[in-house]
Ligand binder design. Structure first.
Ligand code: MSP
Length: 545
């Protein structure tokens, strides 16, 4: 694929395992929604992105060729209005706010391959090509739209769906009446095809319970979708009829094609496009499922492409039970949390606290409590006490093949590792983290129960026992470091540094979770030294701070 053109491509520090053109075992394409630039990012945006990042990292470890796309949605009335209210142009607003997203993603160690902006030249070109293609084949036609519009959700609404006071059913804000000439996308033509696709592809919408919402929306009957506006300016102009700008959702959804190089694909120059696109996993919030599970597949049908493989709809983060919003002043700022607790504390909380698909409450007391108990006490302490014992009893040496490890303890680690791929296929992050932390507690208990500090190093039998405990725990921590890598990459790297072990993609090693048992046994065959100075992974933090 012809990528690596500008600083919107990430050629940073993370990629191990497969890469876009390497010889991995398969292709995997993961996307986040692209974020509106009317305001700076909040914790909900961090959530969609951290989910996608964790999957991307795990798939890379497992040897897949991964392409991970994120970015910003910069056109539309909502952005235009915000720019007007700040007295700047929409492009100036987009230029400044998209940087905030990039900064947040850098802070969070998001390993995206491309950060797309809908104002990027290749995207604008793709949208216009697609529009013309569908106009030519008759799936787009010109007519008139009369109805309701919610600017906040950038959605057309039926009169029936409005709240009593004429508000949007999704966000409650006042809807406005619109009557204007508009291009339409034929939806009714593809209704049956879409229903068949949903029925025959159980992996299409996840979690399963969201499928019914989509089905009932389709079963109400799909009305052709208005896909252009004439009453404002900030958008991609319709080729050949420039008083129209293309509807922001039509424009935005196409980012998933631009990001993969659709234009080159149409020119016959991009072999990878189809391989990646067939494997696409779109991570979206439940509020935008309809756009991805109804409009998007129909746009793809019209283009002669397959619908996405999987759309994963996550729930919402509430703040003390209420929806986060600027007007309520209860928006959680991810940047200040990262400053205080580090990126992995936020990643951990977001992924472990709610089961994917359900809503959760972002409660700061709970955040601090979980940080102190799971990260500082359980994980942080396990690593620091092990390093301290190794330094004290064996001058930092992890014993080699002369000392046998405790197979029963390690079996628990290998069992978790063997189950990981299946768990990821179910997007069951909270459960995976629960298993990992249960294992961490098994290790802490193993150390407490076997009390190495009571063993007499001068006694040959007790010394062997001591070495066995230390070796077992060191090997187990290495497995833990692997398991947490997709969720907490910085911590995983720190642990590897402390253990003085290279990352998981050593030459001649496979980094698939199923191969970690072999890797671990090979690595710990030879005696080696951990580093002397170890840093505290998660210093305890008092709530008042
Ligand atoms: N621009 C569209 C998406 C276009 S994708 C082709 C959009 N942008 S958004 O900025 O409003 O929202 C982006 C994502 O953030 C959505 O998936 C949305 O669900 C998510 N979240 C916004 N607030 C959220 C919470 N409070 N909690 C969890 N996620 C939420 O929609």
């Amino acid at each position: 694929m012809t990528v690596m053109k500008n600083n919107n491509y990430n050629n940073g520090t993370v990629n191990f395992g497969g890469n876009k053109s390497g010889g991995g075992k398969g292709y995997f394409y993961v996307t986040t929604p692209i974020y509106y630039v009317n305001d700076k990012p909040h914790v909900g945006h961090a959530y969609s992105t951290v989910i996608a990042d964790s999957i991307a990292r795990f798939k890379r470890l497992s040897g897949y060729n991964v392409f991970f796309l994120t970015g910003t949605d910069e056109h539309g009335l909502k952005v235009e209005k915000e720019a007007n209210s700040r007295g700047i142009t929409p492009k100036e607003l987009a230029d400044s706010v998209h940087i905030k997203f990039k900064e947040l993603f850098a802070e969070l160690n998001i390993s995206y391959d491309r950060f797309i902006r809908t104002t990027d030249a290749d995207h604008v070109k793709t949208v216009r090509i697609v529009f013309e293609k569908l106009l030519e084949n008759g799936d787009i036609y010109l007519s008139e739209y009369e109805g309701w519009y919610c600017t906040n959700c950038e959605t057309f609404l039926t009169e029936k769906s409005l709240t009593e006071g004429g508000g949007c059913p999704q966000c409650g804000r006042q809807a406005s009446k619109v009557k204007e000439e508009s291009y339409f996308l034929k939806l009714d033509k593809y209704e049956k095809k879409l229903l068949d696709y949903i029925e025959n592809n159980p992996d299409f919408i996840k979690p399963e319970f969201r499928k019914n919402e989509v089905l009932s929306f389709i079963n109400e009957g799909l009305k052709n979708l208005s896909i252009s506006r004439t009453s404002f300016k900030w958008g991609i102009q319709v080729p050949g009829n420039e008083k129209h700008v293309i509807y922001v959702w039509f424009d935005a959804l196409l980012n998933y094609l631009t990001g993969l190089g659709y234009e080159d694909f149409l020119d016959g120059q991009n072999q990878d496009f189809y391989r990646f696109f067939k494997s696409v996993n779109h991570i979206v919030g439940k509020d935008i499922l309809k756009f991805h599970a109804v409009y998007w597949p129909i746009m793809l049908f019209a283009l002669g492409l397959e619908p996405p493989k999987t759309i994963i709809a996550h729930g919402w983060w509430l703040m003390d039970g209420k929806k986060m919003s600027k007007s309520l002043g209860n928006v959680v700022d991810p940047v200040s949390l990262i400053k205080k607790f580090g990126p992995d504390a936020l990643r951990f909380y977001l992924l472990s606290e709610i089961t994917l698909g359900l809503d959760g409450d972002f409660n700061i007391d709970n955040f601090v409590a979980r940080y102190n108990s799971a990260l500082a006490n359980d994980l942080g302490n396990l690593v620091s006490r092990t390093a301290a014992m190794l330094n004290k009893y064996t001058a930092g040496k992890i014993p080699g093949c002369g000392v046998l490890e405790d197979v029963a303890v390690l079996k628990t680690a290998y069992d978790i590792l063997n189950g990981l791929s299946g768990r990821y296929d179910d997007y069951d992050f909270a459960k995976i983290l629960e298993d990992i932390f249960r294992f961490i507690n098994i290790l802490n208990k193993y150390i407490n129960d076997s009390a190495p500090w009571k063993l007499n190093i001068e006694d040959p039998e007790e010394k062997i026992n001591l070495l066995k405990i230390l070796k077992t725990v060191a090997m187990s921590i290495y497995c833990v470091s692997y398991m947490i890598y997709p969720f907490m990459p910085e911590t995983s790297n720190k642990i590897n540094n402390i253990l003085n072990i290279k990352p998981f993609n050593l030459p001649g090693f496979s980094a698939r979770p199923e191969d970690m048992k072999d890797n671990c046994e090979k690595l710990f065959k030879d005696e080696f030294c951990i580093i002397e100075k170890t840093e505290m992974l998660f210093p305890r933090i008092k709530l008042e701070e």
